[in-house]
Ligand binder design. Sequence first.
Ligand code: ZN
Ligand code: MN
Length: 485
Amino acid sequence: MMSQFYEPVIGLEIHAQLLTKTKLFCGCSTQYGSPQNSLVCPVCFGLPGALPVLNEEAVRMAVKLALVINAKIHTHSVFARKNYFYPDLPKGYQITQFHFPIATEGALEIEVNDIKKTIGIERINLEEDAGKSIHEGMEDSSEKTYLDFNRSGVPLLEIVGKPEINSPDEAVEFLQLFRTILQYLEICDGNMEEGSLRCDANLSIRKKGVTELGVKTEIKNLNSFRFLHKALEFETQRQIKLLEDGKAVRHETRLWDSRRGETRPMRSKEEAHDYRYFPEPDLPPLIITEEFISQVKETLPESPQEKRARLIEEYQIPVYDAKVLTSSRRLADFFEHTARICQNPKQASNWIMREVLQYLKEANISIDQFPIQAEDLAELILLIEKKETSLRLAKEEIFPEMLQTNKKASDIVKIKGLGQISDEQKIKAIIHQVIENNPTPLKQYLEGKQQVLGFLVGQVMKETKGKANPQLVKKTLTSILNSYK
Ligand code: ZN
Ligand code: MN
C-alpha cells in the first residue's frame, strides 16, 4: 500500500463528566453506582412544569478548563435544545450549547517523539448527559430493554478539538494530556472504563502536501487509549485502500468493534436527523463576569507542565522522572512528601517509579489507595542510607512486608532481624570461615584469577543471608586475600 503518500487528518471530540455533587439543572445527586432510578426528579424527566436551574459549580469547572487551555471565555453564552427521540432521553431533547458556547479557540501543546505541536480546540460547551439503556443482565433481557435515569442531567463538558492531529500516536498523546489536565483540575476523574471520559474521533485521508480535507467518518466507542489507537490505525488503512482502489469514502458514523479489531458502519450521515436546535426558553443566557473569571483564576492549581518544570529545578531529578511523577497530581504530591522527609529526591523517585508504580499497576489501584504512607517510604529510604539495612533486603523483604502488614520499616527490621551487618569484626570472622571452607578458590586467586573474588563475596552474602554490607565485604575480603600473598 502506498501509505507513505497519504496522511490521516484526525479531530477528537471529548465528553468529560464533571465532578459536581449535583446534576446540571437540578439538585439530584450524581453519585456513581447508586440503585437504578434512585437519583431522579421531575426536572430529570422534563415533566410539565419542572424548571431547570443552572449549577454554578459546573460553570466554574468549565471556566477552569477554558483558562488552562487559553480559550476565549464568552461572557454571554446560550443554552439550546438539541431535539431527538431516544428512549433514554425522556424530554425529547438534550440541553446543550450550540451557536453560543461558553468558550472557543483554545489550544494544547503535545509532544510526540520530541516534536512539539499545538492542537487547536474549537469549542467547549456545557451540556447534560442522557440516561442509560440496559440491554443485559435482567431476567427478561432477551425481550426487554430497561432504562436507568440516574445519569440523565449529569453535567458534561463537550470539548471539540480541531482536525489538526495527523497520527494515532498524536491522538493518544492529546487525549492523555487532556485527561491529566482534567484530573489536575479535579473537575473529572478521567475514568474511561466507567464512561466518565468518552472520546469520539473523526478521520479523513488526504495526499501529503494537500490542504483540502477529504470525506471524513466519525468513529464511536473508543473507551480506552488502546482502542483509540487501534481504531484510528484501522480506519486510516481502510480509507487509504478505498482511495487507492478508486472508490469513495462514505460520510458515515462507524463503531469500533474491539473483538473483531475493526470499525464498521453504524449509520449513514445522509439519513442523519436534523436536531432543530433552538434557544432553551426555560433558561436565561449565561452571563459570566470578569470578576467570576478572576475568582476562578485564583483557585487554579499548578499545571502539569509547571509542576514538571518545578520538580526538575527544585529536586534536581531527570526530565523523564519528572514526566512520570507528574502524570497525576496525587502521585507528584506523594513524591514531594517522600523526598522532603528523606532528603534524597533521586532515591524517592527511584522507589516510586519502580516499586510503587509497579504495585499500583498490578493491584490496579491509584496512589490514593496505596497502603504505604509517604513518611513510611521515606523512613525506609533513610534506613538504607544510614546502612541500617541493605537495598536488597529493603526491596525483597521489608517493602513487601510493609505492603502486607502496614508496619513501619524500622519495626520490621527489628522484629525480623533484617538489619545490615556493617560490623567489620563480624564480617572478618565470616570471611575466614568461608576461605577455610573453600580452599580451591583461594589458590586460584593467588594464581592471579581475579574472577573468583565475586564467587567468594557471594559465599559471604549467602552465609549472612544477604545481610552483610556488600561494599564492606568486598573491601575486607580483598585485603584478607592479599595478606595471603
Ligand atoms: Zn433531578
Ligand atoms: Mn455532546
